[in-house]
Design a protein around this ligand. Structure first.
Ligand code: GLV
Length: 321
């Protein structure tokens, strides 16, 4: 059996795969270009990929032997899961292990954007730190503010739990109610409009699907308070990035903390980079050593299970239409 792994992984994860399959690992630090990926999957029975690799009809057409696609991430919007299902290819992901690490990062972005940490640090490093003065870098309070969660899944719940430690009030909007959040965190389920209108902080935790693509666009940003902060550690395309830039530039919302973008890496000519009131992280939500190591092991175990025609420990079901 042969496996193709699109990036170097922690040794224990590669050893796990090598124990059952001849393993080809992409040797470069960046993702394989589409043509190289097509070439490498030609004789592969299993593919271990990252969210930077497009697994679409075109790729699958080049991979006649493929029986498992194992993604080292929880989000699987780069994979055409329905096309995989049509070809009898099972898909796995790495839910659960990254929940708290990602919520930690989302909360860090919330705090940094609220308290203008990026701007203040840039000024300090550039020698622009003037004398202490009453409103210098004065931002927004986090404690006792209202947090609106868009998508109360595992990560949304952990974000809300962190917020309760800051005495925040929690509103949420989600396709399904979350009784645990209502009981344990006094969270209240409301419409998207009410979440946007009432919240001091709006944090996005939904997957990217056809229904959530562009969910936060000019109209939704206009519904937010001018003092509000938007946090996105989900997927960039949930937000209309141009509309967000304009809202931040014109002071229609106060600030944003972003870990994800419509196009990644964020192009260096993106206008967001010209703004002071946005904190920008390079898609590092799950990036703790422990979590990334666990994700790699889960992805390896999913791959091996698929290669051995066993049920995957973490399988992704195709979305119902
Ligand atoms: C990271 O963005 C993930 O989906 O795991």
């Amino acid at each position: 059996m042969r496996a193709f792994v699109t990036r170097d992984l922690p040794a224990a994860a590669l050893d796990r795969i090598r124990a059952v399959a001849e393993t080809d690992v992409w040797p470069e630090p960046g993702p394989p270009p589409a043509a190289a990926l097509r070439e490498r999957v030609r004789d592969a029975d299993g593919l271990l990929c990252l969210l930077t690799d497009a697994v679409d009809e075109e790729l699958l057409a080049c991979a006649p032997r493929l029986r498992v696609v194992s993604q080292m991430a929880v989000g699987i919007d780069n994979i055409d899961v329905a096309a995989c299902a049509r070809r009898g290819i099972v898909v796995g992901n790495t839910p659960g292990v990254l929940t708290e690490t990602t919520a930690d990062l989302a909360f860090a972005l919330l705090m940094a954007a609220a308290r203008r940490l990026g701007e203040a640090e840039r000024d300090l490093r550039a020698g622009r730190w003037g004398a202490w003065s009453p409103l210098l870098y004065a931002g927004a309070d986090i404690h006792h503010a209202t947090l609106g969660i868009v998508g109360m899944g595992r990560i949304g719940f952990e974000m809300a739990r962190r917020a309760r430690g800051f005495d925040m009030r929690i509103l949420y909007t989600s396709p399904r109610p979350c009784p645990d959040a209502e009981r344990d965190l006094s969270a209240r389920r409301v419409t998207l409009d009410e979440t946007l209108r009432e919240s001091d902080f709006v944090s996005l935790h939904c997957p990217l699907t056809p229904a959530t693509r562009g969910l936060i666009s000019a109209r939704e940003l206009a519904a937010m308070k001018p003092t509000a902060v938007l946090v996105n550690a989900a997927r960039g395309a949930v937000v209309d990035q141009r509309a967000l830039y304009e809202a931040l530039r014109d002071g229609r919302i106060a600030a944003a903390g972003l870990d994800v973008y419509e196009s990644e890496p964020l192009p260096m000519d993106d206008p967001l980079l010209t703004l002071e009131n946005v904190v920008l992280a390079p898609h590092i939500g799950s990036a703790s050593v422990a979590t990334r190591t666990r994700m790699a092991m889960i992805a390896a175990n999913n791959l091996v299970a698929g290669l051995q025609c066993r049920p995957l420990p973490h399988a992704v079901a195709p979305r119902s239409p």
